[in-house]
Design a protein around this ligand. Structure first.
Ligand SMILES: *Cc1c(COP(=O)(O)O)cnc(C)c1O
Length: 359
């Protein structure tokens, strides 16, 4: 076996035990004589898979009973439209723009109503999270939308933003199940699965029940949360295999001790990398200290040619996908749940060596 350390921002690493179980069950799932890829989504054997996945996610994230868990398709980007279509009742919604995905969400919402950017960190290339207070939110806004972890810029909300009694909607695509969050503080949490949860194809929506049933008449049926909730995510064929893998990932984390244990591991990994970046004379971290992401670590040398050289040599040494997003350049190490601590340690050793040779 020749596994590399894959620092891709997404699709990204999956836990090795999960991949091995997929391989083991690939042609015959649990004595069914067929692959999960081949079975009817209406069959009892698949029904057990999706129910178990939901049950485990509920346990993992401590999701209260008055929240629905939906498994939908179209990626997080489709949610940029589904959110305003389902939640804009007065036609007004407030957005915090803290990076590229939140900007896209904000722009998409403008198609459906009066979306307002109430705070942005664009002035310093999204190196920080803008502070928001309840008085910044319009009294008649239906919700406030934030991107909880900014995958491209490597920033994260240090705590749940205070939006008073407004419905808080969060895109958690790149930080979901990396640490505990208080679900009750959110009206909707959504996440594309391919960063920290499963292969691409499934998107998770966690929504408070009282927010269902307000979709605008022109909402495509497939984007209506109430339709999805009433049909247990089976209005049509769900992304069956991706949901199965997500279920295995949930079990893997529960086996490690749940999200508190996962957080500890992630904190340790992030600290190894950030501590080195803080002490390095060559590499500089991209995000302000108090807003650093635990999942996506951005850094530069300050010299584009040297950045390129670093990525090339790292790739040759088995550290893959360290190039920063095309819109920002530099480097980004995505260290999601499945990245082992040894991978981060090995990367830091490689970086130290590179620093010595390129001083
Ligand atoms: C990757 C990402 C998206 C886009 O996800 P798709 O599933 O490709 O649509 C949106 N938001 C965040 C925070 C992301 O990291």
């Amino acid at each position: 076996m020749n596994r590399v350390y894959n620092f891709s921002a997404g699709p990204s690493m999956l836990p090795l035990p999960v991949l091995e179980q997929c391989a083991k069950e690939m042609t015959d799932y649990n004595g069914s004589g067929m692959s999960v890829m081949e079975m009817s989504h209406r069959s009892p054997v698949y029904d057990a898979i999706i129910k178990e996945a939901e049950k485990d996610l509920r346990e993992l994230m401590n999701i209260p009973d008055n929240y629905k868990v939906l498994f939908v398709q179209g990626g997080a980007s489709t949610q940029f439209a589904a959110i305003p279509l389902n939640l804009m009742k007065t036609g007004k919604a407030d957005y915090v723009v803290s990076g590229q995905f939140s900007k896209k969400a904000y722009e998409e919402a403008q198609k459906y109503g009066d979306a307002k950017c109430i705070a942005s960190s664009k002035d310093r290339t999204f190196a920080y999270i803008p502070t928001i207070t309840p008085d910044m939110v319009r009294p008649d806004a239906d919700y406030v939308h934030v991107c909880y972890n900014n995958t491209i810029f490597g920033t994260k909300y240090p705590e749940v933003p205070n939006v008073g009694d407004k419905v808080l909607v969060a895109d958690m695509s790149s930080c979901i199940i990396s640490e505990p969050v208080d679900v009750t503080k959110f009206g909707v949490i959504y996440a594309g699965a391919q960063k920290n949860m499963a292969p691409a194809g499934v998107t998770i929506v966690i929504i408070r029940e009282d927010l269902l049933g307000n979709a605008r008449p022109e909402t495509p049926t497939m984007l209506d949360y109430k339709v999805m909730a009433d049909n247990d995510s089976m209005y049509n064929t769900p992304p069956c295999y991706a949901i199965y893998v997500a279920g295995l990932v949930y079990k893997w984390i529960l086996g490690l001790g749940g999200l508190e244990a996962m957080k500890k591991i992630n904190e340790e990994k992030a600290a190894i990398l950030y501590d080195y970046l803080d002490s390095s004379e060559l590499f500089k971290p991209g995000a302000d200290k108090e807003f650093r992401s635990m999942m996506n670590v951005t850094f530069v040398t300050g010299d584009e040619e040297l950045d390129k050289k670093f990525c090339k040599e790292a790739d040759a040494a088995g550290f893959k996908n360290l190039k920063g997003h095309r819109s920002v350049g530099g480097m980004r190490a995505s260290i999601y749940n499945a990245m082992p601590t040894e991978g981060v340690k090995a990367l830091v050793e490689f970086m130290k060596d590179f620093e010595n040779k390129n001083k």
